[in-house]
Design a protein around this ligand. Sequence first.
Ligand code: GTP
Ligand code: MG
Length: 174
Amino acid sequence: NGGVTDTKNLRVKLVLLGDSGVGKSCIVLRFVRGQFDPTSKVTVGASFLSQTIALQDSTTVKFEIWDTAGQERYAALAPLYYRGAAVAVVVYDITNPESFAKAQYWVKELQKHGSPDIVMALVGNKADLHEKREVQFQDGIDYAEKNGMFFIETSAKTADNINQLFEEIAKRLP
Ligand code: GTP
Ligand code: MG
């Protein structure tokens, strides 16, 4: 192409799912604004944010992020957000085994009702709270591997692995 660098601009619909309080909104706020809010309010319905990243091969990926509400009363709305999503990020809190069980429920629901070619990531958040850990890293990675998912532990508080999460997802896009 005459030495002109090719650029590819992708647009990706991404949905975050997981129990209330696991840190979905904090992960998005950290990724999009570089901030952490220790007084984060529960999400009502869902919220939308977008962020573009550049990959090394000069591809840009614009993530259109649907941050869903984890409270049980909003569970019936989830299909509105995961339907047609190219990527689903299922989040649990490493200090909370119930949230890990809930993550597995969401994975099964996505396997039944999500797009057949959806890219799924399993995220163990609040990795900074290692002294309160109740879900082992190995349990997360074992479940993710069995289900063909990418796995990572993150901390929205310290920013650990937040950018990596989205970069790894971008690399796995079809
Ligand atoms: P819903 O909107 O109800 O579904 O909850 P959510 O998953 O969006 O949770 P949110 O992001 O609002 O975070 C809930 C609480 O966890 C807040 O008090 C955050 O400050 C805290 N929190 C989120 N991420 C982290 C983290 O990585 N480490 C620690 N220590 N606390 C976190
Ligand atoms: Mg939220």
